[in-house]
Unconditional design. Structure first.
Length: 338
């Protein structure tokens, strides 16, 4: 996120009251896009000026001509007007904004929030945006970058977090920063300022059983403890709301990918393997390291195929109307026989 137009650089300029006439926030990671747009929404104008000079629209509801007309309007008794386009990727005439972008109105702050994918940097529109405004690509963090980011974020909020708690969060919720931050904020609400976030706080907030959860399930799978696998599955199936199929499948995909990476790095140091896998708790890493040799590469490749198939089925693609518990039970059975 570094560079002239990095997230922190842009936020620093905004906090100084330095606003450009154009902003394009685009890319796969929604969290940074939302945070920058949120800051502009609440700070670019005073509350009294917002009523007549701030508009928030959605890409699906606006076209380029309408947006150009809005942006060309003169502010009413204010230094600027602000227009924020949420979900700009849904604009069917997005590229038709090029003419306005080449000659933006200096008293308008137009913010384009283009989520889930980046725009083509080679296009005329992208080049015009770079010349006339501020462009920020919000890249999704790699899995091994997320734990460090979460640790830093919590520290800046005044709440240290233990490595075990970070590992639990990232294993269970993945690398979607918005989801992770939302869960951490729930925890912070019930903590005294400065208190360290521990695994117990995570388990209580997310509703993870301490004995019957996806982490215990993947550990039992990794060590081929078949009876334990089905015992855990039985108890998890009693609370499908706390154990949705999509979360279980995502966690298992992350788990087996780590085993695959460890096998591919045979002979490397533990430090290098921990860095590559993003597992920064030695105790947890040893569980992965001991499980990895039990799975050969062809087995893991078959398992990845199964996880992809069942991920689609959990989302309704070619699914035979199974409930979540039945779907996961079938997946686990096939993984054990991969």
């Amino acid at each position: 996120m570094a560079g002239k137009n990095g997230y922190l650089d842009i936020l620093k300029d905004l906090k100084k009251g330095q606003y450009a006439p154009l902003y394009l926030f685009h890319g796969e990671e929604s969290y940074f896009i939302d945070e920058l747009a949120h800051y502009i929404e609440h700070h670019a104008l005073s509350e009294s000026d917002q009523a007549f000079n701030q508009m928030i629209v959605y890409g699906r509801d606006v076209d380029a001509t309408t947006l150009r007309d809005m942006a060309s309007r003169v502010p009413m008794m204010a230094p600027r007007q602000v227009i924020i386009v949420r979900e700009a990727q849904d604009m069917k005439t997005f590229t038709d904004l090029e003419a306005y972008i080449q000659r933006p109105v200096p008293t308008t702050v137009l913010v384009l929030c283009h989520k889930h994918k980046k725009i083509d940097g080679r296009s005329k529109m992208a080049k015009a945006l770079l010349q006339q405004g501020v462009v920020f690509e919000s890249k999704q963090l790699y899995d091994n970058q997320v734990p460090g980011w979460i640790t830093d974020w919590c520290r800046h909020q005044g709440y240290p977090i233990s490595p075990e708690a970070v590992a639990l969060l990232t294993e269970y919720l993945g690398n979607q920063l918005g989801t992770l931050i939302n869960e951490i904020n729930k925890i912070i609400l019930n903590l005294e300022p400065g208190k360290q976030i521990e695994p117990g706080h995570i388990q209580d907030a997310i509703g993870i059983s301490r004995d019957y959860n996806v982490f215990e399930l993947q550990k039992a799978l990794g060590f081929r403890q078949v009876n334990e696998v089905y015992r855990i599955l039985h108890f998890m199936s009693q609370d499908q709301k706390a154990n949705p199929a999509i979360v279980i499948i995502s966690s298992l995909a992350s788990y087996f990918l780590k085993l695959y990476q460890i096998n591919k790095m045979k002979g490397a140091s533990d430090k290098d393997m921990m860095l590559a896998t993003g597992v920064n708790v030695p105790m947890f890493f040893q569980d992965y390291k001991q499980a990895a040799p039990r799975f050969k590469t062809p087995q893991l490749e078959r398992i990845f195929g199964l996880l992809h198939e069942f991920d689609l089925r959990s989302k309704g693609v070619q699914n035979r109307s199974q409930d979540s518990a039945a779907l996961i039970k079938e997946l686990i059975h096939q993984i054990l026989h991969a």
